[in-house]
Design a protein around this ligand. Structure first.
Ligand code: NAD
Length: 386
């Protein structure tokens, strides 16, 4: 059975869905792996490394996809008119397509997979359950994004993170404030602490408060009845009321004014990211302070963020609003993403058939399956029958 790995063509995407390490393991399952030439280059994996791992290198997407029964992607394949190659049109009917397909915000995408006869699995929809942890692309990528955000903040900050006591005098430790303490935020807290910063953080989920404190940071937030109810059954934050956000803004304003560095990571599943850092708060920060908004892909937590850009305000605050933070650390992000996909495939691998078997009664499979048998089946997308 042939498995294809394509070069990512969406703007700014540097990651790749399989590495030489996972190619070896995919081959060990009995798959013949075809990698499009140049697929791993931006992540530091040359064609030769894939060839050595047992892959065939195809000169273009059409060559890689010819006869493929499984296709691994980071982002959704380009459709007709979306770029230089109609990747979707080249995927053979009946193939299993696995990636972060982001179809919930783009329902026509799921429809096009159904029409193309694909079994499409969108890994960002994976249920956040213990059994699925090793396949959890959101976690693996958010973890690296949180790390990278702090490293880039430290590079953009004109002072140091740790307290530096020198013969020429003392440089105080940086005050780092982290907004949102999910996977990315907790890694940002840990990285900020490792660099020697004094770290505090805010979140709305009660469990997050304990996690923030267990990492040695202080918690800043509004603890009321609404916070007690702020977590959904899936573990995500609910969208908070206007009243809560007003109270939260009052409480966090002092932390922001004190902060040298603010790392924004707050997200609400399926919604625009909450605006937590208003213009006034940014203007209260000292010149030379840094805001890193890794929620920029979802609109940003900072009102002044320009998604995709780094700006400096008139008050001298730098705001890094780059998109795709995992893509800024592509070798590690690809290594973990590729292992997530490998684990998914090998968990549902039927050894006797030498093929994947995706039982729809399984919670993980049901969670990620967008389309099968020519129809959109995911509950977040499937239309009720007329
Ligand atoms: P996320 O990326 O959806 O959001 C990031 C953080 O922003 C969250 O902690 C959220 O509570 C916070 N947030 C949202 N609105 C906010 C606001 N108004 N103010 C401040 N903070 C706000 O979250 P995530 O990192 O994907 O984690 C989601 C949940 O999944 C967490 O409970 C996490 O522990 C859980 N999780 C479970 C597993 C597992 O068991 N397999 C794996 C990973 C994550």
């Amino acid at each position: 059975m042939r498995l294809a790995v394509l070069k990512e063509r969406r703007a700014g995407e540097t990651r790749v869905a399989a590495t030489p390490e996972t190619v070896k393991k995919l081959a060990a399952l009995g798959l013949s792996v075809a990698v499009e030439s140049g697929a791993g280059l931006a992540a530091g994996f040359p064609d030769a490394a894939y060839r050595e791992a047992g892959a065939e290198i195809a000169s273009d997407a059409a060559g890689a996809l010819a006869g493929a029964k499984i296709v691994l992607k980071v982002r959704a394949p380009l459709g007709r008119g979306e770029g230089p190659v109609d990747e979707l049109g080249l995927i053979p009917r009946g193939a299993l397509l696995i990636g972060t397909l982001e179809a919930v915000g783009n329902p026509s995408r799921a429809q096009s997979y159904a029409e193309a006869g694909l079994e499409a699995c969108s890994m960002e929809l994976l249920p956040r359950i213990t059994r699925a942890q090793s396949m959890d692309v959101l976690s693996s990528q958010a973890n690296l994004a949180g790390y990278r955000a702090v490293v880039e903040a430290a590079a953009a900050f004109d002072k140091g993170f740790p307290m530096l006591m020198t013969a020429a005098g003392t440089i105080p430790a940086a005050n780092v404030f982290v907004m949102g303490a999910g996977v990315a935020g907790l890694q940002a807290i840990a990285t900020g602490r490792r660099l020697g910063g004094r770290v505090s953080a805010t979140d709305v989920r009660p469990a997050a408060k304990e996690e923030i404190k267990s990492l040695g940071a202080s918690f800043v937030g509004v603890e009321n009845d609404e916070m007690a109810q702020a977590q959904t059954a899936g573990g995500y934050a609910k969208e908070m009321s206007e009243d809560y956000r007003r109270k939260q803004a009052e409480v966090i304003a002092a932390a922001v004014a004190r902060a040298d560095v603010v790392i924004c990571t707050a997200l609400v599943q399926g919604r625009k990211a909450p605006t937590l850092l208003g213009a006034e708060m940014v203007n209260s920060m000292k010149p030379g302070s840094v805001v890193v908004d890794i929620a920029a892909d979802a609109g940003g937590n900072c009102a002044l963020t320009v998604p995709g850009e780094a700006i400096t305000t008139e008050g001298g605050v730098k705001i890094l609003g780059w998109r795709n933070w995992p893509g800024r650390i592509p070798a590690a992000a690809s290594a973990l993403y590729a292992r997530n996909l490998l684990t998914f495939l090998s968990t549902f691998w039927d050894k006797e058939a030498g093929a994947p078997k995706l039982p729809q009664e399984d919670e993980i499979v049901r969670g990620v399956t967008l389309t099968r048998g020519g129809a959109v089946v995911h509950p977040m997308l499937a239309q009720a029958p007329a």
